[in-house]
Design a protein around this ligand. Structure first.
Ligand SMILES: Nc1ccn([C@@H]2O[C@H](COP(=O)(O)OP(=O)(O)OP(=O)(O)O)[C@@H](O)[C@H]2O)c(=O)n1
Ligand SMILES: [Ca+2]
Length: 528
């Protein structure tokens, strides 16, 4: 009521002032009152805008990306056929997040794998120098001292240490000596077990795919986790299969590894078949063929017709995988290709013993394997071979077989003319390798035409090569926390954004309330 009265008074004063322009004293007083209210309103409005601008500025400045402080790590994959040097980097402040480590460089060392230097061990270390110099150039100088270097040797060195442990140690010493010459933080050279190789491959690809991310939303306890992908790795001397089975039958504890990653427990099945990498498998097959044929002159269905190769007996019987088959004193084995896919597959099936199984279920050679489940990422030689045959996206198993049949039957001369740029060693083995991959996956692991589509042949994931090396580094640098780091339910950006929004809302409510209950005189005319 008081308000209304005041309004009328003001109106009357105004009218009166207008009608009696000569009464200057009264008119002046009312003008002063009006301009004072306006001033307060303008000041309040100005402060309001200033406050809003300040809030937005704080939000923007606070969220401006900080200059990234990058950390680096080097892993050498000393495989049976060659060594690769991987350089990774990640933002220092995010090191426990998943999917932040990236491959920045991969350098393929010239020459064979380190296990091939058993006769001249010093050369094993020397062979790494070019790639280590590349790593030195890629990593900023100020980071050199804090960059860890790891070397993991796989099946080639496992075989060498079975054959001659002392020489294997000498090779490791030679590479260690070479790596210590660099300004990095040397963390050791060792032969990793087949189980580690499988498990680190699985960790690598699931980390890169972001499968360990627990998508938490508003409620921190409402977390959903993604299914993991299995890992299939085919090297030159061993092959690994690793996946998270759906059933928890654990008949063979040595085939299981328990991981607690980002607050979730994973019970992972893994097995590494030594001598079942593609180079050793070929030797194993040929050594058996020589034994069965009783001759060193072989007609082989797994090579293109017209292909002829003289293989040295030292090469064939020089590994622990084939040494026991040596019967002949002949120094060469003559191989002549006949290019018959069906015969080749039949021939290769003998390598997978499916008759004995001491468990409820087996893959082959008396090794326990749970039922296959989920998708699989198949990398290294699985990818190289299937990529050459243009079969990485073929989801129809019968078409895969048709393509392979056709390729095997092509004459060696034709194949060479068609692919003049591909190394002859690789090219000559693609018929064998393709057939071996199919036999291993179908007969060995039990893939069928129904779940063939679950296999994804891949080389890289989000710019990083699919390999065990990333998982190895993540583990040794403790970059994967066992528990999910406790974090506020909102990201910083959402928090600031919401604070700004709510401040606006509050300010608007106060402002509207103020207008309504304490109408400034300048507005009261309109209300009445
Ligand atoms: N373009 C390519 C590259 C490689 N290869 C073959 O792929 C196999 C090796 O694959 P890789 O994963 O590099 O094996 P390693 O790591 O050296 O061996 P391992 O893991 O068994 O120690 C070799 O037989 C090599 O001849 C191929 O067929 N085509
Ligand atoms: Ca390998």
């Amino acid at each position: 009521m008081h308000n209304k009265g005041l309004g009328i008074t003001v109106l009357q004063e105004f009218k009166w002032t207008k009608k009696m322009p000569l009464d200057t004293s009264l008119g002046k007083g009312s003008k002063q009152k009006i301009s004072w209210s306006k001033k307060v309103l303008i000041i309040l409005g100005f402060l309001f805008v200033l406050g809003a601008v300040a809030l937005i500025t704080v939000a923007v400045v606070q969220n401006k990306p900080l200059p990234k402080n990058m950390k680096y790590g080097i892993v050498l994959d000393a495989g049976s056929s060659h060594t690769s040097v991987y350089v990774y980097n990640w933002p220092a402040e995010k090191e426990n997040d998943t999917g932040v480590v990236q491959q920045v460089e991969v350098c393929k060392v010239d020459g064979p794998g380190i296990s091939s230097y058993s006769k001249d061990v010093e050369k094993a270390g020397l062979s790494l120098q070019d790639c280590m110099n590349t790593a030195k150039q890629v990593i900023p100088k100020k980071e050199h001292r804090d960059t860890p270097v790891y070397l993991g040797a796989t099946a080639g060195m496992r075989l060498l240490s079975l054959d001659n442990n002392k020489i294997a140690d000498k090779v490791l010493l030679s590479v260690e000596k070479s790596l210590r010459l660099y300004p990095f933080d040397f963390q050791g050279c060792r032969i990793i077990t087949g189980q580690e190789e499988g498990a680190y491959g699985w960790i690598s690809i699931n980390y890169m795919l972001g499968n360990f991310k627990q998508s938490s939303s508003w409620m921190p306890f409402q977390q959903t986790s993604t299914e993991t992908s299995g890992a299939l790795d085919l090297g030159g001397a061993s092959t690994q299969i690793t996946f998270e089975p759906t059933d928890s039958i654990n008949e063979s504890p040595e085939n299981f590894m328990l991981f607690r990653l980002y607050g979730k427990t994973y019970n992972v099945y893994t097995h590494s078949f030594l001598c079942y990498g593609k180079d050793q498998a070929l030797r194993l097959r040929l050594a058996n063929d020589v034994k069965n044929a009783g001759s060193t002159n072989l007609q082989n269905p797994c090579f293109n017709p017209g292909y002829v190769k003289n293989m040295s007996a030292v090469d064939l019987y020089g590994s622990p995988c084939t040494a026991k088959y040596k019967l002949f004193s002949s120094s060469f084995i003559l191989i002549t290709g006949t290019g018959d896919y069906h015969q080749c597959q039949q021939n290769l099936q003998d390598m997978f013993n499916k008759t004995e199984c001491p468990y409820s279920r087996c893959s082959f050679n008396r090794i326990f394997q749970p039922e296959l489940s989920g998708n699989f990422g198949a990398f290294s030689a699985f990818y190289f071979v299937m990529n050459f045959l243009n079969l990485t996206s073929e989801k129809d198993l019968s078409k895969v077989k048709e393509t392979l049949k056709e390729f095997c039957s092509e004459s060696w001369q034709q194949v060479k003319e068609k692919f003049p740029d591909i190394k002859e060693k690789y090219l000559s083995e693609y018929c064998f390798s393709g057939t071996y991959i199919l036999t291993l996956l179908e007969m060995g692991y039990g893939f069928t035409s129904e779940n063939w589509g679950n296999i994804n042949f891949l080389r890289k994931i989000k710019g990083s090569d699919a390999a065990w090396t990333l998982g190895y580094m993540l583990n040794l640098t403790n970059m994967i926390p066992a528990e999910l780091p406790s974090s506020p339910p909102l990201s910083h950006a959402s928090y600031v954004g919401l604070m700004v929004l709510f401040s606006f809302l509050l300010a608007s409510v106060v402002f509207i309330g103020w207008l309504y209950f304490w109408k400034p005189r300048c507005l009261q005319k309109g209300i009445i």
